[in-house]
Design a binder for this molecule. Structure first.
Ligand SMILES: [Zn+2]
Length: 287
């Protein structure tokens, strides 16, 4: 599933290519993409629109159109947003859900095998802010995301820190891969309750989140399943994983074999020496 680094890679590739262009045709081939709105309505909204900017919040891509209208796209599990020349769009393409034809004859193709990806047109910046605000916490690569902000978000949370990191309303954009990598870097066990992390641990975790996401962007994201960038190329972050998917292999820090467990319902990779297991909670009186 694309996480922040994958979506940001796509944004950085596409922004210079699509900004200032115009959408001359829009074809929504899969009604599920924009449900409950009808494909014809969304096509109508998009056709003829200029592309003012391409932004991102968390895992959402924000294609800004005229008059502060936005096409808000989410790739979910298997979505890819490809930029192709017209001649590469001549053959039928499996899993193609949406085609946007630009005025330079390039196309933006939303390709998505499992069809969980979505597109939604939002009218006005206030409505956009409200939509995003209801779904996402702070943007981890924004300078306003400080250790104090992270500490305030974690305060009182009894959820395991891995589940806390996966909750997009706490920290936006972190998913299963980068949560594992950040917790390993910070030497924190994924099952520790988020609200019980000490100040020094929160500071380590903050640094680790930022460094992990930046490393992912520098490697153009991770391709362990369907993720491709906008050129249809694989990222290479999967070759740099410190802990994720390394079950049985020696820990890069201490050499002990990496173990796999389940946290927040997801396969989770830890080094039990570098990330000490949480102490069992003191049980209340049994009387
Ligand atoms: Zn280790």
């Amino acid at each position: 599933m694309p996480e922040l680094p994958e979506v940001e890679t796509i944004r950085r590739q596409l922004a210079p290519r699509v900004t200032g262009r115009r959408i001359v045709d829009a074809q929504v081939l899969d009604p599920l993409w924009c449900a409950p709105r009808l494909p014809e309505e969304v096509e109508e909204d998009l056709r003829g629109e200029p592309i003012v900017a391409l932004g991102r919040r968390g895992k959402y891509l924000l294609l800004e159109l005229a008059d502060e209208r936005f096409l808000v796209m989410h790739l979910r599990m298997t979505g890819n947003l490809l930029w192709t020349a017209a001649e590469d769009d001549a053959e039928p393409r499996p899993h193609l859900r949406v085609r946007l034809v630009l005025d330079d004859d390039h196309r933006l193709l939303f390709v998505d095998q499992r069809r969980f990806g979505t597109g939604l047109v939002i009218d006005g910046r206030e409505a956009l802010d409200r939509y995003i605000g209801e779904r996402l916490g702070p943007e981890p690569l924004d300078p306003s995301f400080t250790p104090d902000v992270l500490r305030a978000l974690a305060a009182g949370r009894r959820a395991p820190v891995k589940a806390f990191l996966l909750d997009q309303r706490r920290v936006a954009g972190v998913g299963n891969i980068y949560a594992d990598e950040a917790l390993f870097r910070a030497q924190i066990h994924p099952l520790r309750p988020a609200g019980r992390l000490k100040r020094a641990e929160i500071e380590r975790l903050h640094t680790a989140i930022v460094e992990t996401l930046q490393a992912g962007i520098a490697k153009q994201g991770s391709s362990i399943d369907d993720y491709l960038d906008s050129n249809g190329e694989r990222g290479s972050m999967q070759d740099e994983f410190l802990i994720h998917l390394r079950e049985g292999q020696p820990c890069v820090r201490c050499g002990r074999p990496v173990t796999k467990l389940r946290a927040a319902g997801r396969g989770t990779y830890v080094c039990r020496r570098c990330q000490p297991v949480p102490r069992p909670r003191r049980t209340a009186s049994r009387a």
